[in-house]
Design a protein around this ligand. Structure first.
Ligand code: FA5
Length: 334
């Protein structure tokens, strides 16, 4: 051990450490000056001396930092032992990791499944125009269908979208005429809430437009999405249904993922679960977005993501999802 190392070993306080650093390791310290002196040595000795100098400096620095860490740890322990406000016998607070909201989790899963089938995943506005939400999807001002979706109107004449169908027009204009896209999003309806109705909920819309697109494609896509979400084969059933933007239009049911269609309390013993609406896009909707209905056809569907999440995570009251209740959220297995 050389003299410098001995000096370092005897140090007891952080102030002495600072002094040592100043004397040896700082810019003007002795070790740094030694390096500067190397240039005065004869060339034949310079390489060997430089190597020894570097070894020495590295060894001193390494011991210095080790000693510094141990002195700091000692100081902290002293403080903890002597500070009357700190009780080191109290168990540490366990950090809990956050997790995704069930709707976010399900939305991402649906997006993943649909992207793997070549669908674009599009994010849309929550505030839309009357034209986008109604007129562009074939619901003119005097159409009774406007009353089916009680609307939150804004003072500027715009509204909170009542359905994800409000994005159909924009997507057709932007990406059409040949396009496959899904657009999950939040919708709002000015209606009384109960265990299965919220004023704010999520839907997922899907659309496929191109040449020779048929209801068979619609059924295949819905079957694939639902089967992948639930991890088992799901059958799809279409019943006639009215939506002004599709013709023909259907109510979309999936076979109950819990009983496999045999009948249970979730499906109210019918074997089927109502998921949303779908159909072949009405030619007026295509025309309004400058898509020629003679050449292109397409399907659209819109299902309730919130209702799907309720089924998947066995949630019996939709209002819990917007409640911000952490106990409820922690209890859900994703
Ligand atoms: C529509 O909103 C249509 N835009 C769906 C559609 C798209 C049809 C494309 C054809 C082609 P509907 O109003 O039935 O349809 O709503 C669809 C789904 O949204 C419902 O089945 C339900 O799952 C969900 N939903 C509707 N209102 C609420 C609500 N208040 N709370 C929770 N979920 C709701």
């Amino acid at each position: 051990m050389n003299d410098i190392e001995k000096e370092l070993e005897q140090i007891q306080t952080e102030a002495e450490m600072a002094e040592f650093h100043k004397n040896y390791l700082s810019k003007t310290g002795k070790l740094t000056m030694m390096m500067a002196g190397l240039k005065d040595l004869p060339a034949s000795e310079r390489a060997e001396a430089g190597k020894r100098y570097n070894e020495l400096k590295r060894a001193i620095e390494s011991q210095f930092f080790k000693k510094q860490a141990s002195l700091r740890a000692k100081a902290v322990n002293e403080k903890l032992k002597n500070d009357p406000l700190i009780d080191i016998t109290i168990p540490a607070i366990k950090k809990t990791q956050g997790s995704l909201h069930p709707i976010t989790h399900l939305t991402r899963r649906v997006a993943e499944i649909c992207s793997s089938m070549g669908f674009l995943v599009v994010d849309g506005n929550e505030v839309v125009t009357e034209f986008e939400n109604f007129d562009a999807v074939n619901i003119p001002a005097d159409h009774p269908a406007r009353d089916m979706q009680d609307t939150f109107w804004l003072t500027n004449g715009k509204l909170l979208k009542t359905q994800t169908s409000a994005l159909q027009h924009e997507i057709l204009k932007k990406h059409g005429p040949v396009v496959s896209a899904i657009f999950p999003g939040r919708c709002y309806r000015n209606e009384a809430t109960d265990a299965s109705h919220e004023f704010s909920f999520f839907q997922c819309e899907g659309m496929m437009v191109g040449e020779n697109i048929s209801i068979a494609n619609l059924i295949y896509v819905m079957k694939t999405i639902l089967s992948q979400i639930f991890g088992r084969e799901i059958e799809v059933r279409l019943r006639p249904g009215f939506f002004p933007f599709v013709e023909p239009g259907f109510e979309l049911d999936g076979s109950c993922p819990f009983c496999g269609g045999k009948g249970c309390s979730v499906c109210k013993h019918s074997g089927w679960i109502e998921l949303g609406g779908c159909g072949m896009i009405h030619e007026n909707v295509l025309k309004m977005a400058d898509v020629n209905p003679e050449q292109y056809q397409g399907f659209a569907f819109g299902f309730g993501l919130t209702r799907l999440a309720m089924m998947q995570y066995a949630i019996n009251d939709v209002r819990l999802l917007n409640s911000g209740n952490l106990e409820f959220l922690r209890g859900i297995k994703r």
